[in-house]
Write a protein that binds this ligand. Structure first.
Ligand code: ADP
Ligand code: MG
Length: 232
């Protein structure tokens, strides 16, 4: 398990102050969702946590170690597709696992099949739809070894049935591997179903505006997700 501490982080692009003194924590094994208006700075925050860019001030700690600017500390699924166009789908999903040398090709093939991508192992990203590419990035994040995951609107391009299926899968992985998750979504119901806690950001410059603790226990949430059965 893994815990994250963000302390007074600020970030501007020129005169555009995007994050202002942002502080938040994610405890060991916690599932936290972030809701906030478009352009409020959610993806900017995730890029700072992922070490893709540096905060102007403030610190980010993972399990008490400062990770400002350090890539690879967490498993990060960016909002827009970051698949490598020259790698096959199978090679793309194995990228995260290659980090720790534990490559399990059979597992990756099974996961692709589970996500409705059977037969696409040796295809290239340009041959897939947006929703398919999103599922490929999701599997890559699941197969990555890090205990902390940041998922930036992972299900936004999916139809409602596939979305519910992926939500259940994520809940299973979260419980089974005891990961800690920070998740961005615009779906309020999705945030309520999945998370322990919801953080609502203000308009830019973003800061934590409100926090809600979700009263449902995990089994209860899984039960809620079973409403899918009624939809089919
Ligand atoms: P959200 O994910 O909440 O929709 P973003 O973090 O993508 O918001 O963007 C927040 C603000 O930061 C926007 O005004 C956007 O234009 C700006 N921004 C993000 N990345 C950059 C960048 N690399 N250079 C300049 N401005 C940026
Ligand atoms: Mg975003």
């Amino acid at each position: 398990m893994s815990k994250l501490l963000i302390e007074n982080v600020s970030k501007s692009f020129g005169k555009n102050q995007v994050l202002q003194d942002m502080s938040l924590t994610v405890s060991d094994g916690e599932f936290v969702s972030i809701l906030g208006p478009s352009g409020s700075g959610k993806s900017t925050l995730f890029r700072l946590i992922g070490g893709i860019s540096l905060p102007d001030s403030g610190s980010i700690y993972l399990d008490d170690a400062k990770i400002n600017g350090q890539r690879g500390s967490i498993s990060y699924m960016p909002q827009s597709s970051s698949l490598f166009p020259w790698r096959t789908i199978l090679k793309n999903v194995l990228l995260g696992a290659e980090l720790n040398g534990k490559i399990d090709e059979d597992k990756a093939v099974n996961m692709l099949e589970r996500a409705g991508l059977k037969g696409y192992e040796h295809a290239y990203p340009h041959q897939l739809s947006g929703g398919m590419k999103q599922r490929v990035s999701f599997i890559r994040a699941l197969l990555s070894p890090q205990a902390f995951m940041c998922l930036d609107e992972p299900f936004s391009a999916l139809d409602e049935f596939t979305r519910v299926d992926m939500q259940k899968w994520l809940l299973n992985v979260w419980t089974e591997y005891q990961r800690s998750i920070l998740f961005v979504t615009h779906h309020i119901e999705e945030a309520i179903f999945l998370s322990d806690r919801i953080i609502v950001l203000s308009q830019r410059p973003a800061t934590v505006k409100k926090e809600f603790v979700i009263p449902f226990e995990r089994p209860r949430r899984e039960e809620l997700l079973l409403t899918e059965e009624f939809l089919r």
